[in-house]
Design a protein around this ligand. Sequence first.
Ligand SMILES: [Zn+2]
Ligand SMILES: [Zn+2]
Length: 496
Amino acid sequence: MKCWCGSMAEQLICNQQVVGSTPITSSNMGAFPSGQRGQTVNLLSVTSVVRIHPLPPEKDDCYAVVFFLYLVDLGDTEVNFMKERIIEAIDNNRDAIISCGEYILNNPELGFKEFKTSEYVKNEFTKLGIPYRDNVAITGVIGVVGDPNADINVCVIGEMDAIKCFEHPNADPITGAVHACGHNAQIAQMIGAAYGIVKSGVLNECSCKITFLAVPAEEFAELDYRGHLINDGKITYMSGKQELIHLGFFDDVDIAMMIHAQALTPAPRLFMNGSSLGFEAKKITFTGVSAHGSEPWNGVNALDAAVMTINGINANRTTFKDSDRVRIHPIISNGGDLVNVIPNKAVIETFVRGANTAAIVDACNKVDNAAKAGALAMGASCEIENIKGYAPLMQDVTLSKIFEDNALEFIGSDKVEHFMDMTGSTDMGDVSAILPAIQPTIGGFDGALHSKDFTIVDKEFVYLTASKILACTVYDLIKDNCAIARKIKSEFKHEK
Ligand SMILES: [Zn+2]
Ligand SMILES: [Zn+2]
């Protein structure tokens, strides 16, 4: 008597090896709760429960009923499944996310005046059940989800402020405010990521905090207005992220990320690991003695002191290393009041930019020396006012790689560029000096930044795909008890 089914079952029990593969279909999905439909999984081992039935008298054989328990090594399947849920949650809320970007586009507000934007963000947080703090640094909104006692806090940032460009067709006719730097897309991305994280349920499986931050005033602008806010005690620093650092908000943040628009790049593209220049702003006031324009020997010409200062700065340009990318671009904002009066007052305003802090400090010292020399040469005096600018942006390499890997799910690797340096500056640089941070830039935008031609051309990519990449990156950081977040945090070196 042979018993082939019994011996087969025995063999299956003993052999812990790949015994086959099967696609996951709608009919067998229940067996693979963490898998995705359409995915082929290997059956790495099979345990069977065998019940040998008595022989029917007329048959020279036995039969067995075999119950298969598939032990499948799903590997990344769990991760992919969660990301599928995140992406699905974002797709299911696409109208809300696009509406967010478009509402803010149509209601542009300048820095520290983003009141309507702030209200919109608060409403979205309320819809998502995200508790928030508002009126932080005047208009900032901070929404936090997850375990309040968790020791890892990942922050997704969107900037709220517009720039001023009256020529732009979308500009507010009264204030000139317009989203010609694409910050409206950032708020949509931050809200989109919140939809993905909250609605997918990933927080049920991860012990962490996730902060969604709508931050005011990234653009270094309207310095007189902000000066008044400082004098009134409403803020201490000129920009939103600087103010939040000052207020201690970032003390509780371990990793921060945001996306910025890339100018003149209508197609979906990704630019990773770029740096920005840091800067210090200076206002130098020269004081001389007024006299009749026809009798300069009776006066001290403050304008000449300013001109000599600019010549001194220019002479120093040969001393700057190319790699430090020092840029000094002064203007004379006051060069006298009347043509037949020797100017007793002149004012230079300038930014001193550089790729690293040491280079900026060195260049600032040279500008100060040039000002003192110009004043001394003319017998004038000078007062140098320093305004804290932004630190250079230094993007975390490990975090960048995770973001890029997630982006590659949506765009080809030939659409990714690395280490393209930005000539401008951002207060995300200040954040990157104190914790691991990234600010990749993406295409989908046309026209130059801050110009009348700037526009979003690919809403699907900049509002929705970017939200998905952000949210999936967050998930990679917080999965497995925040293993990758902890690694990035432990390897971070503070900027000196
Ligand atoms: Zn800008
Ligand atoms: Zn910007």
